[in-house]
Design a protein around this ligand. Structure first.
Ligand code: GLA
Length: 390
């Protein structure tokens, strides 16, 4: 995976001092990988992501005026905006994430003051590990604390990040990415109920076993238009099902048995989309039981079923993801593998024995080379902590 350097926090502090002439505090937030529960968050269902070892770091100090000045070392770019004069939305630059998060905090009653910020990150962008939520949460915790709230409410931080996506960036994402970046715990995945926003930690400290992320290094253009189309198809499905089942507000309220009974009421494509969401919710809850019982064989099987459902019913996979998953799954020592995140490129996640890591990386790289594709990148990660003060 790209950007595999370690961010040197002391160096970030000293670069901040030379740039802005004051002493900063440093904050950070992680990228994420979703173990299971894909395209369920905007249907108020269940997801099971974990925060990964890649983080975005933000050094910051109040500036004494109403301006937020921000520089990214990763991109070598600087911007500023004035808290007293809201800037345009959807500029198409990373400033949308920063200003959108600042506005999201203020809208939720978390004061924000003029601040200087310096950002560095080793979360790869465009790779499907949610570099955007890492940026929103790192900026969010920085602006919250520096604005005078010693411990900003984590849920408000996550919602402010999601509001930045919806209002400033123009991506109608669910809550999963911001939530895990805000609330992740060391050595645990997080079951999120995307209706109630309640969470449950699911320990995932695995002695001889790893979570291996494979970045296919492709991102197909379709991803955001198809994402919005899937949301609309799900809504259409739940509206149709609600006519027979008044309890249905979203697909979250449809059990597998309800779906099987009523599936013929749904037009073909909508039926497939709904089948994915309904069965994925059931798989996610089953995955929590499997992980809690230490049953990795069952967990792996659920991951593989999730991939098939995303590929065939939800149709958000692509050739590169399918090859990465199929080649990994065929190796000894692999429990399960699936695409992770929105799809149409990005990453796969594989649950495997430690001694299978090299075998799997080698086999997938070989399969990509044979097809003339870019070399994929691999990265094993433990489950990490969410946004924090360094
Ligand atoms: C993207 C979105 C998330 C979620 C996933 C699919 O990562 O940001 O909210 O919908 O896709 O599970």
């Amino acid at each position: 995976m790209q950007r595999s350097f370690v961010v040197d926090v002391e160096r970030l502090r000293s670069e901040f001092r030379s740039l802005y002439n004051s002493d900063p505090q440093v904050f950070s937030a992680p990228g994420r990988v979703n173990l299971i529960g894909e395209h369920t968050d905007y249907n108020e269902g269940f997801v099971l992501p974990m925060a990964i070892e890649r983080r975005t770091y933000v050094a910051g100090a109040p500036s004494g005026n109403s301006k937020v000045r921000v520089r990214s070392l990763t991109l070598g770019e600087s911007f500023q905006f004035d808290l007293e004069r809201p800037g345009p939305k959807k500029r198409g630059s990373w400033l949308d994430y920063v200003e959108g998060t600042a506005r999201g905090l203020m809208d939720r009653g978390i004061p924000v003051v003029g601040t200087d910020l310096l950002i560095n990150s080793n979360v790869p962008t465009g790779a499907g590990v949610s570099a955007s939520a890492a940026l929103e949460l790192a900026v969010g915790i920085a602006l919250g604390v520096l604005g005078g709230t010693a411990e900003p409410d984590r849920i408000k931080l996550a919602l402010a990040g999601q509001a930045a996506e919806h209002q400033y960036v123009g991506t109608m994402c669910g809550i999963m990415d911001q939530y895990i970046a805000a609330l992740g715990h060391q050595d645990s995945a997080l079951l999120i109920d995307c209706r109630t926003l309640e969470t449950k930690s699911v320990p995932i400290k695995l002695a001889d076993v790893s979570i291996l992320i494979c970045d296919t290094r492709v991102k197909h253009e379709l991803s955001s238009s198809e994402y919005n189309l899937r949301r609309a198809e799900c809504l259409r499905g739940s509206n149709i099902l609600a006519k027979s089942l008044p309890k249905v507000r979203t697909l979250r309220d449809v059990s597998v048995a309800d779906f099987e009974r009523l599936a013929t009421q749904l037009p073909g494509v909508v039926r497939s989309r709904c089948r994915h969401v309904v069965t994925e919710n059931a798989r996610t809850l089953a995955a929590v039981d499997a992980l809690s019982a230490g049953n990795l064989t069952a967990m792996g099987k659920l991951m593989s079923q999730s991939h098939i459902s995303l590929r065939d019913d939800y149709q958000v996979s692509c050739e590169e993801l399918d090859v990465a998953v199929d080649v990994a799954a065929a190796e000894a020592g692999v429990y399960g593998s699936r695409m992770t995140g929105g799809g149409f490129g990005g990453c796969t996640v594989t649950l495997l024995q430690n001694d299978a890591i090299d075998r799997v990386s080698h086999a997938v790289k070989g399969a990509f080379a044979a097809r003339g594709w870019k070399e994929p990148e691999f990265f094993a990660s433990t489950a990490c902590e969410g946004a924090r003060i360094e």
